[in-house]
Design a protein around this ligand. Structure first.
Ligand code: NDP
Length: 282
């Protein structure tokens, strides 16, 4: 039976480490503030935003909340971002995505100052990731790396197959695994014979956005399986991209949904906030 990688516990460890670090920085008079902007009242976004604010409170980071109406114009949002860019008391700026359709997401991402881009989505931070310079890492893929490392799973030399190539998960995930010296293959919707490819993976990372898609047939005996997917099934219960009950007897280690990758994303966002604090006050 596979080792179940406990993302809740590992994310709690990280939060506690950050809390200590923030307390130590506070004792030297250093403070951090994260500005959280939500446009509209999408219920899922509200849950994410509230969880982020709660995590800030736990760690000791001040959060400023901007709840803007659905009809906010792009220019109004950009003006707020520019104001926060210029505000020295704000270390991090987060715009909860997705924004309503009349606002261009890429324009929002580009306008956030790269040194305050705690989501790690600005092209400058993406470029730094690619060439291996320090910068903010996108939270979900960075969380996966922490899950693997803190579970004692060796990455160097392993064949890692990443299924999915989105800008926020698949692509940065592949780059981070490469940085950790894995041999990386990236699969997507046009990949031929996905099953055979996945069966070659020592570490299989799945971010395709299709509930319970990956069955035992996709998994080599003893592989490590990381499930990034999050969905609600017919019974309103959370499930991932991997058919957990079928795959877990064949894996050496596997992340559950919920309680796997999900909790790590906010923990790594907090890590980026503390990083911005270290940078700003160094
Ligand atoms: P996207 O929809 O942006 O990307 C999905 C990727 O999967 C695409 O690259 C697509 O290929 C590929 N894909 C789709 N169908 C197939 C298929 N049949 N075979 C092979 N590849 C396929 O999703 P995201 O990357 O944003 O998210 C993926 C999942 O992770 C979602 O369930 C999302 O909810 C979850 N998620 C979880 C987070 C967390 O905190 N745990 C954070 C972010 C996302 P192509 O490029 O060819 O279209």
């Amino acid at each position: 039976m596979a080792h179940i990688i406990d993302g809740k516990q590992i994310s709690q460890e990280i939060r506690d480490e950050l809390k200590k670090e923030v307390a130590a920085l506070a004792a030297q008079g250093r403070e951090a503030t994260l500005a959280v902007i939500q446009v509209g009242t999408d219920p899922a976004s509200t849950v994410y935003v509230n969880n982020k604010k709660k995590a800030c409170a736990y760690i000791g980071i001040r959060s400023l909340s901007y709840e803007l109406p659905e009809e906010t114009t792009e220019e109004e949002l950009l003006t707020l971002i520019r104001k926060l860019n210029a505000d020295d008391t704000v270390n991090g700026i987060l715009v909860q995505l997705p924004v309503p359709g009349h606002i261009r997401e890429d324009e929002i991402i580009r306008t956030i100052a790269p040194e305050k881009d705690v989501d790690g989505f600005h092209p400058q931070n993406v470029g730094k990731l690619l060439i291996g310079e320090p910068g903010f890492l996108p939270c979900t893929p960075a969380g996966v790396i922490q899950l693997l490392k803190r579970s004692g799973i060796e990455i160097a030399g392993k064949h890692c197959v990443v299924v999915g190539r989105s800008n926020i998960v698949g692509k940065p995930m592949a780059v981070l695994m490469l940085r950790e010296n894995a041999t990386v293959t990236v699969a997507h919707s046009k990949t031929r014979d996905l099953k055979a490819l996945c069966r070659q993976a020592d570490i299989l990372i799945v971010a395709i956005g299709k509930p319970r898609f990956i069955t035992a047939e996709y998994v080599k005996e003893g592989a490590v399986v990381i499930d990034v997917g999050i969905h609600r099934n017919e019974d309103n219960k959370l499930c991932g991209d991997v058919l957990f009950e079928e795959v877990s007897p064949h894996a050496s280690a596997i992340t559950p949904v919920p309680g796997g990758v999900g909790p790590m994303t906010i923990a790594m966002l907090m890590d980026n906030c503390v990083e911005s604090m270290r940078n700003a006050n160094a």
